[in-house]
Write a new protein. Structure first.
Length: 186
């Protein structure tokens, strides 16, 4: 069981499959928030306004393919997990292409009754990656804050001693070599 809120965008056109997939997700995610769509325009809107952690998509959709959805998601944010849940990918080459194009995995709809068993390890892996990225972002943010505090301290130093001025300039130059933008603090 995944014990955290998980925003899931489900791109699916079959109402029965939507119902079954949601039921299977509720078995493995304690707090799922699921939005559904069956087209690219709504997908783009939901990517922006809903901010999904993962996208689950069918391959054959009324106005596009799952690869179109995958491309749209990757163009928006390539760190969002993407899993195909489809009945279409019986062709091993096509299945391999979905993974090569960046999908985190795929599950055949013929396994929909035990979808939770197939989906749980994929979602757990995505959650672990999300958590580690959040920790990394937090560390980067803290480092940027620290560097900015050093810059502020150096700005406030008013030294009349030429040697100190040169040392302050050397410190500024060394900090600048880390290529950190002072205005890029989150």
């Amino acid at each position: 069981m995944i014990h955290r809120k998980l925003n899931i965008l489900l791109v699916e056109d079959n109402e029965n499959d939507i119902f079954l997939i949601k039921r299977q997700i509720s078995k493995i995610v304690e707090e799922p928030v699921i939005e559904t769509t069956d087209n690219l325009e709504d997908c783009k809107r939901l990517l922006l306004n809903f901010a999904p952690d993962v996208v689950l998509s069918d391959y054959n959709l009324p106005n596009c393919t799952g690869l179109d959805v995958l491309t749209t998601v990757q163009e928006f944010d390539d760190s969002i997990g993407f899993i195909f849940i489809t009945g279409t990918i019986n062709d091993e080459e096509l299945a391999a292409n979905t993974i090569l194009n960046g999908a985190s995995g795929y599950i055949l709809k013929k396994n929909i009754n035990n979808l939770s068993e197939k989906l749980e390890p994929l979602l757990k892996k995505l959650v672990i990656n999300m958590t580690s990225k959040q920790e990394l972002r937090s560390m980067i943010r803290q480092n940027k804050i620290t560097v900015n505090k050093i810059y502020d301290y150096l700005d406030k130093m008013n030294s009349e001693d030429q040697a100190q001025k040169e040392n302050i300039n050397k410190i500024r130059e060394a900090i600048g070599n880390f290529d950190i933008d002072r205005n890029d603090v989150e």
